[in-house]
Design a protein around this ligand. Structure first.
Ligand code: KIV
Length: 283
């Protein structure tokens, strides 16, 4: 059965920790779904891990739609959320509702995620009023990388921590059904989590959140870029892939691959006739 936003609120009430991973394509989404993970995020992190940009800023609405459609097709059970890309919602409430509507209508995902606090509360309110569930995102919000001046832990000082609490309350008030807290001190995340009725999903925010999210290429050691402290590597799929690709190359070069079981056949009479018709063919 497909999970809904009700699962998020029920999980918070029951103390069940919500598991979420990113995915950007059908095959990975299906594998994640079959593992029983609760939710999949089609993150704009795809700009880095799928498209090779050095930030999420160049990601377009077309990029998000393309990848979100594939993920939605692979997720039978997991709740799927897609990121609203940079500048698809910041400039106006109209932009926000139109962009969110496109993501839902054209992809089949169930919710959208926006980065930012009180300054985008009006956008979140309008999107939820259009019956589109919204996940908020506070802390180290990668779309603000130029304003932050780098990827730094957020909410460390009093003013930053207080602003984060105020932003979290504003997002809940605006109608968000859950909130990602990225790269903030664990005790602050725990405090925010205890103040909210909606669940928090942490990434680099400690174990006190109501759930966790990771970028799948990070947790499988597939991506060679920045490795934040909060990433645990659950498997070394990157090394396994490099080894397999190398073995494939060696077997192609030595003609060890393909073998008999990988090969199709043709009737010998037909083959002899073809060879007679094309005497230039090498035997
Ligand atoms: O884009 C993304 O993958 C995200 C997660 C890191 C939360 O926003």
């Amino acid at each position: 059965m497909k999970l809904t936003t009700a699962y998020f609120s029920k999980s918070k009430a029951n103390g069940h920790k919500i598991s979420m991973l990113t995915a950007y394509d059908y095959t990975t989404a299906k594998l994640i779904d079959e593992s029983g993970i609760d939710a999949i995020l089609v993150g704009d992190s795809l700009g880095m891990v799928m498209l090779g940009y050095d930030s999420t800023l160049p990601v377009t609405m077309e990029d998000m739609i393309h990848h979100a459609k594939a993920v939605a097709r692979g997720a039978q059970h997991a709740f799927v959320v897609a990121d609203m890309p940079f500048m698809s919602y910041q400039a106006s409430v109209y932009d926000a509702v139109t962009s969110a509507g496109r993501l839902i209508k054209e992809t089949g995902v169930q919710a959208v995620k926006l980065e930012g606090g009180r300054s985008i509360a009006a956008q979140i309110k309008a999107i939820t009023e259009a019956q589109i569930p919204v996940m908020g995102h506070l802390g180290l919000t990668p779309q603000s990388i130029n304003a932050f001046g780098g990827y730094k832990v957020q909410g460390v000082g009093y003013d930053g921590a207080k602003k984060l609490i105020d932003d979290a309350l504003a997002l809940q008030e605006a109608g968000a059904f859950s909130l990602v807290l990225e790269c903030i001190p664990a005790p602050l995340a725990e405090l925010v989590t205890s103040l909210l009725d909606i669940p928090t999903i942490g990434i680099g925010a400690g174990a006190g959140c109501d759930g966790q999210v990771l970028v799948y290429q990070d947790m499988l050691s597939m991506y060679d870029g920045v490795k934040p402290r909060f990433v645990k590597q659950f498997a070394d799929i990157g090394s396994a892939m490099r080894t397999a690709f190398g073995e494939y190359k060696a077997e192609v070069e030595s003609c060890a691959f393909p073998e008999e079981q990988h090969t199709y056949h043709i009737d010998n009479d037909i083959l002899s006739r073809l060879i007679k018709e094309y005497p230039a063919a090498k035997k």
